[in-house]
Structure formats: structure tokens, C-alpha cells
Design a protein around this ligand. Sequence first.
Ligand code: SF4
Length: 349
Amino acid sequence: MANRALPGLTVEELTRELGSRTRAIETVKWLFAQWPLPERLPDALPTVSHRAWRPFIAKHGLVTPRIVERSVSEDGTTKYALELSGTSVETVRIPSKTRSTVCISSQAGCTRTCAFCATKELGFIRQLKAEEMVAQYLVARAEAPRHQSARNVVFMGMGEPFDNLDEVLRAVELLTQAPAPMLRAESVTVSTSGVLPGLRRFLAESKAALALSLNATTDEVREQVMPHNKTWPIAALLGELREDARRRRRPRDTFIEYVLFDGLNDSDEDADRLVRLLDGVPSRINLIPYNPYPGTSLKTPPEARVVRFYERVVKQGALCLVRWPRGREIAAACGQLVLAKEALGFQPL
Ligand code: SF4
């Protein structure tokens, strides 16, 4: 194990480093009770012996995210621009009636080039470490009102999680481990744009929920909006989900994300094809009317078209929800997670 910073170590790793499971558990409890996170690890922890703690802090640091900017939309959606070890990333807290969902970035920038996504404009900056992902959760969690505590996490921020899968799997483990923060695996959703090798490994190794960003019902259209579909086409991706469903006793929570673009993938035929494609894939469809960003030629369908698509899909027995954009005025909605490079000093590597 590299010399990781907290909160990047599992209880098992802390047990080895600190010489006892009790000390490891006390350290995790202490860490997840902190806000704001201190600038560095303290010289002593009341519940951990000096003899064990001193060598530990000589070896391991602490991730200390700095909030550079905080934008709040009318519905309470809050977008944070964070600085993490000199890199700028975005995190979003999305409140609902009784809880908040924290949307985490897994990479600074992205290597993929989805036509509808503002993040691609940044290019790829660097992979984020698991501790930097958990630190994003801690920042947003600390600001969630008591009646909207942050109990859900989605890896839907900047980056393709399966292009940084080791760190994402570790972050999922850290977010779900006891004694804290102990999120339910089903409350953590990892979203992919369809990177097949990563999808296979994730399905085999993780209990977390999955979201597949599908966005088309033919390879021809999907290649226009997600060029890597040439390498990993629709049938291969959905075949993998079908296999996963066959292997499991209890179906995994699986979401099919379908961004609707005006005149491109929003026809009645698309709706019918979508239902047929998902035969044998236990899942729920999330329809997302496209959120345009400056410079894109893709358009949002009229509301009536979105409703028609939804009704057609539901009539055929599919589970479906329309995700009307939230936080659009602060560019925190799906595919809009990008900041002005200059304002935040992005430095592509
Ligand atoms: S949609 Fe996701 S995978 Fe595609 S460019 Fe944007 S961040 Fe990357």
C-alpha cells in the first residue's frame, strides 16, 4: 500500500498500520466526525496511543479540500468548486425532501469525448485518488441540512469512473465501510458511459448500484454522441448486464440513463426500440431532457415530446422516470459539470 492520506485507508489497512482494530475504528470514527477537516492530522488522538499514532502521522497525511466557490440554485442544489492538491474539481449536493445526494467527480477532466458533455472541453487533467473522492463527499455532507442528510452518493461528476476503477472501487468500499460513514451499497451508484472491461470488473467485484449512460437505441446514433461506442457497442454492454442479472439472486439496482436530444433519439421508434433492447435487463430508465451548454449544436426536445416518449415506454411495461433538470441555472445538471478553466486555474498535465 502506498503512503495514502486519510480518508483513503480501509479499516483493515488502518488496523495493520496502527497495530489494533480498536485503534483503527477509533481513527475512522474521529475522522468522520470532523468538519471542517483539520489542516493536518493532530499530534495526538485521545483514543489512540501515542506510540501507535506518532509513526502513523509521520507516514500518512490528510486530504484537505478547499472550497473555492459555492453556487446555490433556487432548488437548493449546491455546486462546489473544490481545490484538491492543486487540482480543481466539482462536486454537487442535490437535496430532496428527506435526504441529499452527493455527486462526486472521479477524474479531473475526462479522456472520453461525449458530444453532449461540457467536461470533455477540459481534456484529461489527472486521476483522482479514492481519498479525494471521499473528501468530496465529506465537504458536501458537512453542509447538508439535518433533515436532508447526505445518504446517497452518485459517481456522475467529472470523469469516467471505469477509467479510474481501482480508485473508484476503493472509494465505494470506504463510503460503505463500518463504523463510518456506512452508506448502503445500494445508495452508492457508479455511472459509466459504457467502458466494457471496467463494466465487467465492476459487476464482478462491487455491490454498488450501476447507471449506464445509454443515450441511443442504435449504434449509429450512439457513435455520434459517444464515440467510444465504436469499441464497445450497445449489444455488448447490455449483454453484460443481462449476464449479471442471470448470475444474481437479487437484481442489482441498475439505471439506464437516456439523455433525450431533439430529433436525434427521441422518436416513437426509439422509445419502442429502447424497451426491446432492455428485455432481460432488470433496470429503471431515467429520461433526461438534454441540458445544453454554450457552443453545442444538440438541442433539448420540447416538453410534449419528452412526455410522449415517457408514456410510450411506460405503456410497454418499463420502469421509467423523467429527470427534469435541477440546478440548471448554476450548470450543475448532468453533462454540465465543468468550470471556467481560467477562473479555477486548471493546468492540464
Ligand atoms: S459524459 Fe462522462 S464519460 Fe462522457 S465526456 Fe462527460 S464526463 Fe466523460
